[in-house]
Design a protein around this ligand. Structure first.
Ligand code: ASP
Length: 432
């Protein structure tokens, strides 16, 4: 049996067994015991094995990717296009979300008692107590780390990415005989990390079973009923963006058949769905991009770590829907100006959100506060967020892979053009 099939089986079985456990024995002490002492540790060990590789893989793949691009001009062109693609696809996603939520108005019909009950049930969550995190000028200043080792230790991804980018650029600028040994070492580290990921993925079927079991065994389906219209709008939006938005981007910008694209990325889709973390999925995305989508390693290494942190289509869509939903529930009218602001902020905060489970929630509270929607209102949706997080992370990761296909095509074209220009020799690519 192929590993993907086994992982998918782990996912389905975990959901089934957990769901049945909840339906028949919900709240029973032994079920909690199994969840806490068996399923949870198995799931966490798998997740941690993946997380363990994130810092070294981000550093080595970005440094090698940048150095492999070969010259600053090409790097600038590819980097610019990568950012444009991220921004454009995220904007489309947020717009789809906002259009849907305005059309369906899922928050219009939520009874006041349901709202209050949900608020009291989930309001004690740390998140609500913690309140919105800061987002302002300092957010941008702090992208430049004072100390790259601290940045890595804190998994401060934007800062780590910044250092890795600069490091790669510097390797490109120093004499080749000095750079080459460093590149060889990085290459070796990268290979070893990929090996670790392969080993971790062998545990994936069990890890995924555990992760899903913990959610489904504790999580009653009734809350889904109470919030059904909201959940449907989010899921429908994600589905629409995947089917039309991402597929069109892959076709138009990546010049790839979307059917081939979706078929090739099964492994990262399953990993994203079961881990709810773009970061934990990064290793799988990189290997899938290289092996299944024929993306050059230097491009996968450059685009995907950036995407895992900055490109979150699903998150932007979810934020747009949720802010408007909570506004509808509380009867806060948002005019067209405020709604445009919600879209812009959803795109910006999706860039700032960490690629970990629930990473976008604190920033979304900030968007709410900015447009005058009570941020505590997030408590209403916390009970269903686990499910929505799984779905939006899947779209986040698919968007990153679409970006890698596009940038890879551009790079090949640029290289072709360079090779054909007389007098210009194609720069050698290091690291692949
Ligand atoms: N879990 C999401 C991700 O990792 C982030 C979020 O929207 O909370 O991509």
């Amino acid at each position: 049996m192929k590993l993907h099939t086994k992982i998918a089986l782990g996912l389905v079985l975990g959901a089934l067994v957990g769901g049945l456990g909840n339906a028949f024995f919900g709240g029973a002490p032994w079920l909690d015991w199994v969840s806490t002492n068996v399923a949870y540790p198995v799931g966490q060990v798998f997740l941690r094995l993946l997380f363990m590789t994130v810092v070294p893989i981000v550093f080595t793949s970005i440094a090698l990717g940048v150095a492999g691009i070969g010259d600053i001009g090409t790097l600038g062109r590819l980097g610019g296009r990568t950012m444009m693609f991220f921004a454009f696809s995220t904007l489309i996603a947020a717009t789809i979300g906002l259009t849907l939520v305005n059309t369906v108005r899922p928050g219009g019909g939520l009874p006041e008692e349901t709202r209050d009950a949900l608020m009291t049930q989930f309001a004690s969550d740390d998140l609500v107590v913690g309140g919105p995190s800061d987002f302002g000028v300092s957010t941008f200043v702090e992208i430049v780390p004072r100390n790259p080792v601290f940045a890595a230790a804190d998994t401060d991804m934007l800062a780590l990415i910044f250092f890795s980018l600069i490091f790669g650029v510097a390797l490109m600028m120093i004499p080749k005989e000095k750079a080459q040994p460093v590149l060889d070492v990085l290459d070796g580290i990268g290979e070893a990390i990929i090996k670790i990921i392969d080993m971790a993925m062998a545990l994936a079927p069990y890890g995924v079973f555990g992760l899903i079991f913990v959610i489904t065994s504790q999580f009653g389906w009734s809350i889904l009923g109470q919030l059904s219209m909201y959940v449907i709008v989010v899921l429908l939006g994600l589905l629409l963006h995947a089917a039309f938005g991402v597929s069109a981007l892959v076709r138009i910008f990546g010049r790839m058949n979307p059917v081939r694209f979706w078929k090739s990325i099964e492994a990262p889709i399953i990993t994203a769905f079961s881990t709810s973390s773009s970061m934990a999925t990064l290793p799988t995305s990189i290997s899938t991009a290289e092996k299944e989508l024929d993306v050059q390693p230097k491009i996968a290494g450059f685009v995907l770590p950036l995407g895992a942190t900055m490109n979150m289509n699903g998150t932007a869509l979810f934020e747009g829907v949720t802010v408007l939903f909570v506004a509808q529930v509380f009867g806060v009218g948002l005019g067209i100006g405020s709604q445009v602001l919600v879209i812009v902020l959803a795109v910006v905060t999706a860039i700032g959100a960490a690629g970990v489970p629930g990473g976008s929630l604190p920033l979304m509270m900030l968007v709410m506060a900015t447009v005058g929607v009570p941020p505590e209102g997030i408590a209403i949706i916390l009970g269903v967020d686990r499910i929505l997080d799984m779905a939006r992370t899947t779209l986040n990761v698919s968007g990153d892979l679409a970006a890698s296909v596009y940038v890879d095509r551009i790079d090949r074209e640029l290289e072709g053009a360079t090779a054909m220009t007389p007098g210009v020799t194609a720069t050698s690519t290091v690291g692949d």
